[in-house]
Design a protein around this ligand. Structure first.
Ligand code: NAP
Length: 471
């Protein structure tokens, strides 16, 4: 048998997850000189692009333009897209092992971290990731309901996701209605009574995880004032040293300017708070009604930054009916793929899947993106991450370190399997038809795009029956 990667026997690779990291892995394979490769790219949804479609905020269309690069990757004849095919349901890890020389897991982090405080499970307390999925029209969140009938909302965490959530809550829905925001989200936001949004950071402004551009956008919302407490801009010595980081300095300078402006006179208010932690969500009739905060002290963490320690003083934010925790995403275990429970991602050693954290390598299986590193970095960060893992894969291929089991690398192996299972596969050409319809429907509504928000609608749009017999 000839070695995989040659003209007689191309290397067969399966990439699971058609988000940014998955596409960058495919691209890295296509660009590897002298390698003959065939890549099958799977996604559980009929639509590709992962967080570039379901995570990036609707008013950040420039970031979404990156999907044009992914379209070019998908149009390469060496690539096949299998949309609407879920790992663990329509295809298993064993099925993949029997058909591919190498497998790349690129399924990101689909869940979120909890705060671990009393009252977190009250009605009105939600995860930011659910809200993001909902306003972005992700089918998993189509039927979620967010009670926006209160005047005050709290967003916990000061990363870019938190800022997106604050902006969507504070922005005029008619501004959002020109984007590709889900129609159901606009109708709910039009009825929203939320006037005050509190953004809560447990550490100081210098430790904020948001980007300067993101915090500046909060200050640019026409109907909202960004309110910052001058007293919370006073820095400890370690934080002062942290201003040597250009991004931290920009954030800090911007927040100091905002602090000088005072309360403002606009109808909506965004309160950006620092060195505070919610310690309890207080409930009334089973629903969040207030948030109890503790004021933190920041002390050196011995690693060049500061950590927060709860002080003696507390504060009550009354009249809060809505809380979004935005304290980071977390991976969820996928059947057949080793999971590092502590780190909340696929167990791996620099992109090579291992049986458990610190354990032996699982040959021929690899991981990229958030599933590899955890939920951090911008979309572009995933390119370098995927390039590195693919380089490792090529290195292992050259060193003869492939799994020692037979592989049916015939071009028909996967389509035959999926047909036998009754899977309703959506091809890339079919996705592009869905895409075209979404853009056309958007035009009619004066929007960039009107997304299909149910899988059944997407399948019907391209004549793939929504429910079919499973053989
Ligand atoms: P993130 O950047 O890791 O921010 C998480 C925030 O939660 C931090 O401020 C963290 O504070 C805080 N936090 C963690 N545990 C907490 C707790 N128990 N109580 C209070 N606060 C807590 O995560 P993210 O916002 O989910 O974003 C994920 C990645 O996507 C990031 O790399 C982000 O830049 C990226 N993203 C980018 C954009 C954009 O470019 N426009 C938009 C969205 C997301 P500590 O620092 O104190 O831990």
């Amino acid at each position: 048998m000839s070695t995989p990667g040659t003209a007689e026997r191309p290397l067969c690779v399966a990439v699971i997850g058609a988000g940014p990291s998955g596409f960058y892995a495919v691209e890295a394979f296509l660009k590897t000189p002298g390698l003959n490769v065939r890549v099958d790219l799977f996604d559980r949804l009929p639509s590709p692009y992962g967080l570039a479609r379901g995570g990036v905020a609707p008013d950040h269309q420039k970031i979404k333009a990156v999907t044009a690069v992914y379209d070019r990757v998908a149009s390469d004849p060496r690539v096949r897209f299998y949309g609407n095919v879920k790992l663990g349901k329509d295809i298993t890890v064993s099925d993949l092992r029997a058909r591919y020389d190498q497998i790349v897991y690129a399924f990101g982090c689909e869940s979120d971290r909890k705060m671990g405080i009393p009252g977190e499970d009250l009605k009105g307390s939600y995860s930011a990731t659910d809200f993001v999925g909902w306003y972005n029209g992700h089918p998993d969140y189509r039927d979620f309901q967010f009670d926006l009938s209160c005047e005050a909302a709290v967003v916990v965490g000061i990363g870019n996701v938190a800022i997106d959530v604050v902006r969507i809550l504070a922005q005029d829905p008619e501004v959002l209605n020109k984007t590709d925001i889900a129609a159901h989200a606009v109708s709910a936001l039009r009825k929203s009574k939320v006037k005050r949004v509190y953004l809560l950071g447990r550490r100081g402004p210098v430790q904020a995880a948001f980007s300067p551009k993101e915090i500046e956008e909060l200050g640019e919302i026409e109907r909202a004032d960004l309110i910052v407490k001058e007293s919370e801009m006073v820095l400890d010595e370690v934080s002062k040293a942290g201003l040597s980081d250009a991004s931290a300095k920009k954030n800090y300078d911007y927040l100091c300017e905002a602090a000088k402006k005072g309360a403002g006179s606009k109808d909506h208010k965004i309160f950006s708070r620092f060195s505070v932690s919610p310690v309890e969500l207080v409930g009334k009739d089973g629903k969040v009604s207030a948030v109890k905060l503790v004021l933190n002290n920041l002390i050196p963490d011995g690693k060049g930054s500061v950590k927060c320690v709860a002080g003696d003083k507390t504060e009550m934010l009354d009249g809060v009916g809505l809380v979004f925790r935005s304290v980071g995403y977390r991976g969820i275990p996928v059947p057949g793929v080793p999971f590092d429970e502590k780190a909340g991602r696929v167990a791996n050693d620099n992109g090579r899947v291992v049986v458990a954290a610190g354990g032996a390598v699982v040959p021929s299986e690899y991981v990229v993106g958030w599933a590899k590193r955890g939920p951090s970095g911008l979309i572009g960060t995933n390119r370098a991450c995927s390039v590195a893992t693919v380089a490792t894969m090529v290195e292992d291929l050259k060193a003869g370190k492939l799994a020692q089991h037979p592989v049916d690398a015939s071009i028909e192996a996967t389509p035959r399997l999926l047909a036998s299972k009754g899977a309703k596969v959506v091809t890339f050409a079919q996705w592009k038809s869905i895409d075209k319809l979404e853009v056309e429907n958007g035009k009619k509504a004066g929007k960039i795009r009107e997304k299909f928000t149910r899988v059944s609608e997407m399948l019907a749009a391209v004549d793939v029956p929504a429910v079919g017999p499973k053989a």
